[in-house]
Design a protein around this ligand. Structure first.
Ligand code: ADP
Length: 260
């Protein structure tokens, strides 16, 4: 419990700090971008190709920096959760196309929808969590491979339930890749905000900490299994709703013949 608590306090503090800095930084960038745009417009009649190129470079960088501050702001702003019983299979199905378009052509995307129960979670947050994991999987397979998204129901018995999750029934979404895998050192730090092994501009190091924060806020957790050179499986555990996933209206029999 303590480690989980420390982790969430750390994220809270980092979130506040990040939000403050990102906000101020964004205001400054707005000034820089505005001024650069102005100079560019005033020069439109002049024909100094070099200076135009420098201006474009400066503008592109400033816009990139602004993009980063927006991502940081989104991270620090705790989106309010609206958890309700969710058909996780339907949610994963609806994301399939987007995920296929997000990964490279050398990556096959498989879906295995085995969860027969609803989860209690916020749909938007769960979507962005799954997308985050899919992007990580893509980045781990630069030469291609297989990305599998599967859903299931699992029982965490008291032995398996670690410090951050109670024993009970969970709906599990697993995102598995056949990528580079993670060393023990990386695994140790993956949930730390801003921990990234990716080049500047490519990784913010916020993906997995957001996924973890979301799972914890939902009353669940995240488990990672990884092997260097073989691949990684990230599982989001979400509390199972009581009872089975409600079939869609058109699947329901019109009437129950009781044979009376
Ligand atoms: P980011 O993706 O921006 O780096 P994350 O918090 O999502 O931030 O991930 C942190 C680090 O964890 C990554 O930089 C990478 O080293 C490692 N990682 C995450 N997912 C995977 C994966 N599926 N396979 C291998 N390494 C991963």
């Amino acid at each position: 419990v303590e480690a989980a608590l420390r982790q969430s306090q750390k994220m809270e503090a980092v979130g506040q700090l990040t939000g403050g800095i990102a906000h101020d930084f964004n205001n400054m960038l707005t000034g820089v971008i505005g001024a650069l745009d102005m100079v560019k417009r005033k020069r439109a009649s002049g024909r100094d190709a070099d200076t135009d190129r420098y201006l474009d470079t400066a503008l592109t960088s400033a816009h990139r920096a602004a993009g980063l501050t927006h991502r940081l702001l989104a991270f620090s702003r705790r989106q309010s959760l609206d958890p309700h019983a969710l058909d996780i299979n339907a949610l994963v199905s609806s994301l399939q196309d987007l995920i296929r378009r997000t990964v490279t052509e050398q990556i096959s995307v498989d879906v295995d929808l085995g969860a027969a129960e609803a989860a209690i979670a916020d749909a938007n947050q769960l979507e962005s969590a799954i997308l985050n994991l899919a992007i990580n999987a893509r980045d781990a397979m630069p030469e291609g491979g297989r990305l599998t998204i599967s859903t299931s129901v699992a029982e965490l018995d008291p032995d398996m339930a670690a410090e951050d999750a109670r024993p009970g029934r969970y709906v599990v979404v697993a995102v598995t890749d056949t990528g580079v895998g993670m060393s023990a050192e990386v695994l140790d730090k993956v949930f730390d905000p801003f921990f990234t092994t990716k080049p500047i501009g490519q990784g913010t190091g916020l993906g997995l900490s957001m996924v973890y924060g979301f799972a914890r806020q939902s009353g669940g957790s995240v488990r990672i299994q990884s092997r260097v050179g073989e691949g990684t499986s990230v599982k989001i555990y979400l509390p199972a709703a009581d009872g089975a996933v409600e079939p869609k209206a058109e699947d329901q029999p019109a009437d129950f013949a009781r044979g009376e």
